[in-house]
Design a protein around this ligand. Structure first.
Ligand code: R5P
Length: 309
């Protein structure tokens, strides 16, 4: 006698769950893909411990947990770990953590004495929580992918940005530091533009110095490209240096608008035209010079999913 196969064995559904940092994005994805959005209650005990509860059993469905581990980074990371554990215990088959902005990814090596390799530890914690796959966007470096044993899909935002920029023969794509050179090179190639790199160093945490530019920027339209704007120092100083060196105009692309402290104000007042960014980190209203590109279609495409007809 052949075994009985139930409807559930044939069709695995995917539910989308959000942490507090990425509710808009999760709702948008659920709408775009026609996948069910499953509520998660995230509360606190008096001592600020988190208490996480899903709205219902997962019945062997798959879960996509959407959470950028942006500020407050530790809170959002802990929420994510607890949501993964909750989904597994509530009977989820496979759990994917969709982490559009992966906090701690800048700390991907032992760059100073007696310190941790924080990105590696975060990877270990995520694996320990039971997550099966990671999807992220424009990781600071590929080192972090190597810290995981599970699959990590690191979405390249360059095609998205290339489509948002007007090509011009006068354009130079500028990396504000040597570490971002490959990102800038990929964008320059997509736009058929020239390439320049700034020599940036940091003598103090959250502060940077820039002294020289490799490449020709005088009389050119410069487009800075970076993965993160946190204090905004890097982009503001790069814009000022390019202007001092005769750039005609300076625009910027930044994948993750971390925008801590007065970064928005600083960027708004810097010698910058347009700033193109994404909704990898949810924002309130931004000044007119910011253009926010929606990442939902590229995420869906990377997952091999297509919008609801
Ligand atoms: C550093 O290597 C990153 O790519 C960014 O340039 C940096 O995190 C930006 O930080 P901030 O806005 O604080 O200068």
């Amino acid at each position: 006698m052949s075994p009985t196969i139930s409807y559930r064995d044939l069709e695995i559904m995917t539910k989308i769950i959000a942490g507090n940092s990425s509710k808009k994005l999760a709702h948008g994805l659920s709408e775009y893909l026609g996948m069910e959005y499953l509520d998660a209650q995230i509360e606190r005990f008096a001592d600020q411990e988190l208490r996480v509860q899903l709205a219902k059993h997962m019945h062997k469905d798959d879960a996509i947990i959407v959470q950028s581990t942006c500020k407050p980074a530790n809170e959002h990371l802990m929420e994510l770990l607890l949501l993964v554990d909750a989904a597994k215990r509530a009977g989820a088959r496979e759990v994917t953590a969709l982490i559009p902005y992966f906090g701690y990814s800048r700390q991907d090596r032992a760059s100073y004495e007696w310190g941790p390799v924080s990105a590696r530890l975060v990877a270990t914690l995520l694996e320990a929580s039971g997550v099966d796959h990671i999807i992220t966007l424009d990781l600071h470096s590929h080192e972090t992918e190597g810290f995981f044993k599970i699959g990590v899909q690191n979405i390249d935002p360059i095609p998205l940005f290339a489509a948002a920029v007007k090509k011009s023969a006068n354009l130079v794509v500028v990396s504000p530091d040597v570490g971002g050179f490959m990102r800038a090179k990929r964008l320059a190639e997509s736009l058929d533009a020239d390439l320049a790199t700034i020599n940036k160093s940091r003598s103090k945490h959250n502060q940077c110095q820039m002294d020289s530019i490799i490449g020709e920027v005088t009389g050119r339209d410069c487009l800075i490209v970076d993965d993160i704007a946190d204090t905004g120092e890097t982009i503001c100083k790069a814009a000022a240096l390019l202007k001092d060196n005769g750039a005609l105009k300076v625009d910027a692309i930044v994948t993750h608008p971390v925008l801590s402290g007065d970064a928005v104000h600083k960027l708004d007042n810097a010698p910058l035209g347009q700033i193109i960014t994404t909704n990898s980190i949810e924002q309130g209203a931004l000044p007119a010079k910011f253009t926010v590109v929606d990442i939902i279609p590229v995420i869906a495409g990377a997952m091999g999913c297509f919008p609801r007809a």
